[in-house]
Ligand binder design. Sequence first.
Ligand code: BES
Ligand code: MN
Ligand code: MN
Length: 459
Amino acid sequence: MNNQDVKSYIDQNKDRFLNELVELLKIPSVSADSAYDADTERCAEHVKQSLINVGVDFAEICPTAGQPIVYAEKMIDPNKPTILVYGHYDVQPADPVELWNSPPFDPQIIDGNIYARGSADDKGQFYMHVKAFELLSKQGELPCNVKFMIEGEEEVGSVNLGVFVKENKEKLVADVIIISDTSIINNETPSITVGLRGLSYVEVEVTGPSKDLHSGVYGGAIDNPVNVVCDMIASLKDENNAITVKGFYDKVEIVSDEDRKAMSEAPFSKEDYMSAVGVKATRTEKGYSDREGTSIRPTLDVNGIWGGYIGEGAKTVLPSKAFAKISMRLVPHQEPDEITRLFKEHFESIAPESVSVKVTAHHGGEPAVIPTDNPGYKAASRAMEQTFGRKPIPERGGGSIPIVALFEKELGLKSILMGFGLDSDDIHSPNEHYGVFNYLKGIETIPYFHHYFAEESAN
Ligand code: BES
Ligand code: MN
Ligand code: MN
């Protein structure tokens, strides 16, 4: 493959590459909210058409019990290795919309960044694979067979994709899965994600009196479920900031001192880290660094809490109910179902007699670790080294992509997490953005991944 040809193709087509991404970002494919179902379906059609336009053998929409999956393939030679590209076209809700500087589905390119919901997570990232495929086929240089599987329910737990994978093992036969849905350390320091955390997500409901009461008439004797839920949640962490749920740490992987030392050598500026999110201090589990806290250690966080009167002015009320949504990020070898059960048992056991509690589970996901001694990782590492001029650092990420563990279990395939985003892209937040540099760098790097994967697989 000729480096100059790759560079000049991107140079000549970059405006079109950007315009096409802008069109894709205009479609509000929010999977969590059924009000957007028609848009989500339209988005799947759009993705399918974009794949047909770049010359796949065929592309199809695969309906599921939820949002459809887009599948496409280009088989050049059954004896060549096959790369399966996974990504997601669904996006998180844009709320709170009033905090956006421009409308979330009216993409703007400002100072080298594309602002829109889904720009980095994951439309901008999976679309790099579509354009890299275009580059390879236009230059007549496809070294591997390619399959695309772009789903519409990643942000809601990929439950129907799990079913699809189990039912379509034949169709999905491949040698490696490549995913761009994670970050690099910074634009001068590439990295490849070699770990994802799992997830257990619960909702708690604490009920006191059978109806809202006057807080003067009853306050002082009848327990207040909002106060109680605060006490209960506060007790879920101890003075070392460790999680108190019984049995929670029993299966947590102990990372060796050697591995921890290697991880600590990745560049990290605490000052920049804090100032980017507007805090003056961090708070980690005792004995662990900030980076370790967001990668090799599990967490417990309240995502939302409500109850009682939250309207204008003051209403004196002793509420009947209080609620909270709580997520736990898991590390190897914690099991989401088991952690959910441990949480439920613990939470019920610490409830005072004055209230009743109900714990319900939402979707979860298993953690994943990706080894570095395989053709896929080696190919990704060489590709990034080629285009960044620096060997990427293997890094464990804090987020979750639950389907990765299932790919391994059901298809026996490693997923290579070669993302090009930055942690500062504000994914899931207002003003999500993706760097034009990152988008084009991805389109430049991915063709090398295909080439090196063909080479590494032949070795
Ligand atoms: N792309 C993210 C996951 C991610 C982001 C991993 C950055 C590593 C670095 C993905 O779209 C996501 O948001 N996943 C959810 C999973 C959940 C909905 C089951 C998450 O991590 O909260
Ligand atoms: Mn994503
Ligand atoms: Mn996401």
